[in-house]
Design a protein around this ligand. Sequence first.
Ligand code: IMP
Length: 187
Amino acid sequence: MVSEEGRSVVINGERFRVYLDRETIERRVRDIADAISRDYEGKTPIFIGVLNGAFIFLADLMRHVRIDCEVDFLKLSSYGAERITSGKVRELKRIDADIENRHVIVVEDIVDTGLSMDWIMDHLAEHRPASLSTAVLLHKPDASRTKVSLDYVGFRIENKFVVGYGLDYAQVGRHLPDLYMLDPSGQ
Ligand code: IMP
C-alpha cells in the first residue's frame, strides 16, 4: 500500500523520496522523442516495449514522436517481491510482430544489471531486424554486469532502488507520476 506525505511515499513499510519530478521527466522524454524523430525519419521504426515497467515511458515517448511508428510488447520475468535481481531471465510474452528487416527500438524503463537488456538484444537479433537500438528511461551504471550498449538514455542514476512512472516495488507504486528513490535512512 502507498501512503503519500508531501514529497515522500511509504511503500511496503519503506520510505521513498521524490528523485525526478514529472516535469523533469517529461522534458527528457521529449528530448529523446525529438532525437528518435530525427534519426528515424522515413524508416517507420517499431518500438518494442518491455512489460510491465516500460508502459508509461513508452506511451509518453510515442505521443511526442513525429514520425510514423508501430508498437509491440514483450514481457520478461520480474524481480517478484524482491529488490534484487535473481540474475535469471525468463520470457513470459513473446513479440507478435514480424521484425525481419524492420528498424527496432527496444524501450525499457530501467537498465540495472543489464542482464535483461542483454538477453533481449541477443534474442531480437535472431529475427534479423534491419537495425536494433535501445531507448531506456533510467540507467544505473554502477550496477552493470554486462557491456550492453544503450542508444537513448533518459537519466543515469545512483545504484538505489526507484519506484514510480511505471516502475514498481512488488507491483506497487507504478501509478505515481514522479520517480521516487529509496531513502535508506527511512526518516
Ligand atoms: P536488469 O536485468 O538487472 O537490468 O533489470 C531490469 C529490470 O529490473 C527492469 O526492467 C525493472 O523491471 C527491474 N528493476 C531494476 N531496477 C529497478 C528499480 O530500481 N526499481 C524497480 N524496478 C527495477
